[in-house]
Design a protein around this ligand. Structure first.
Ligand SMILES: C[S@@+](CC[C@H](N)C(=O)[O-])C[C@H]1O[C@@H](n2cnc3c(N)ncnc32)[C@H](O)[C@@H]1O
Length: 295
């Protein structure tokens, strides 16, 4: 049914109906050590055929033309090499909105929605012209989620990665938020001279020596600059603690994502810059994921 030449799957006599295709590719996905192979197979077929997922469930007898078959096999190759599904489909959902993502841009994580919940609780509702700064904006998911929840808000997303900023600008345009979001290339806040009402930040916080041990989807594909927090994982927090006091308006607050077990170290680092911890929030796994600070 399928042959492997030079490590490549060759489309010879591949099944030409959806059900047969799913039955053929699921075991290959399983053999690559990827969990939930049946679900992954359905997702892959739905993206390749540009069908909603329900259609894949319901139309197992539907024929697949040669062109679509080739596309499925190309996507399968990429997935078997552990490329993240979001880079293959080119999109990821965050806070119920769709974000374009690709190489050079961190895939938004559902854990980071904890920052949005916290920010919405502390953002002043009555103040007009409220401003938000998103440091290390990546896809723009944090800033754009807040802007879409609170129409009077405006904000700036800063990142050192030009590639990530391209995605953020596309996402702002797709979500019709470009008129309230400015994206700039900056080494954290060094290019900014303004006091914001709220700063949100999900900095890289993995210990440098641990990055290569992360799952291959992350270690081999996602940008190191978005993952590595230096030798002890805390390097970016130190840089941020130096800059943040000058980036806050009176009564301004910081909502910061942290990694597992980093709460007390980050609180110590920030208190040396005069930033006091005012709150914290756990993610859905019960891990303290978000800390709130102000001067
Ligand atoms: C963990 S990712 C967070 C991305 C996005 N905010 C999110 O939550 O999905 C960290 C981001 O910080 C950016 N970054 C790393 N070093 C930076 C620096 N020195 N200045 C500005 N941004 C930086 C990376 O490019 C990356 O987009």
């Amino acid at each position: 049914m399928k042959r492997i030449i030079n490590g490549s799957l060759v489309s010879e006599d591949w099944p030409l109906v959806v059900g047969g295709m799913l039955a053929t590719i699921s075991p290959l996905i399983r053999a690559a050590g990827i969990s939930n192979p049946e679900a992954e197979a359905r997702l892959l077929v739905s993206v390749a055929l540009e069908w909603p997922l329900e259609q894949v469930w319901l139309h197992v007898e539907e024929p697949i033309c040669r062109r679509d078959q080739k596309r499925i096999i190309e996507f399968l190759h990429r997935r078997l090499a552990h490329e993240p599904f979001a880079y293959i489909s080119g999109k990821q959902e965050f806070w119920s909105q769709e974000y374009l993502v690709g190489k050079g841009c961190l895939i938004p994580r559902s854990d980071s929605e904890c920052l949005i919940e916290t920010a919405l609780e502390i953002l002043p509702r009555d103040k007009i012209n409220t401003s938000v700064l998103d440091l290390g904006t990546g896809s723009g998911c944090l800033l754009l989620s807040l802007l879409s929840e609170r129409p009077p808000l405006w904000g700036v997303g800063a990142d050192i990665s030009s590639k990530a900023l391209e995605y953020a600008k596309h996402n702002a345009a797709n979500l019709r938020l470009s008129d309230r979001a400015l994206f700039i290339r900056s080494d954290w806040g060094s290019c900014l001279n303004f006091g914001f009402d709220l700063v949100v930040c999900n900095p890289p916080y993995v210990e440098a020596g641990e990055v290569s041990a992360l799952m291959p989807e992350v270690a081999h594909y996602e940008p190191v600059v978005a993952l590595s927090g230096g030798r002890d994982g805390l390097a970016c927090y130190r840089l941020l603690a130096d800059q943040l006091p000058d980036l806050l308006a009176n009564d301004g607050k910081v909502c910061l994502e942290i990694g597992l077990g980093q709460a007390s170290s980050v609180t110590d680092i920030f208190s040396k810059s005069g930033l006091q911890q005012r709150g914290e929030k756990k993610d859905l796994s019960g891990v303290t994921r978000c800390l709130v600070f102000s001067l």
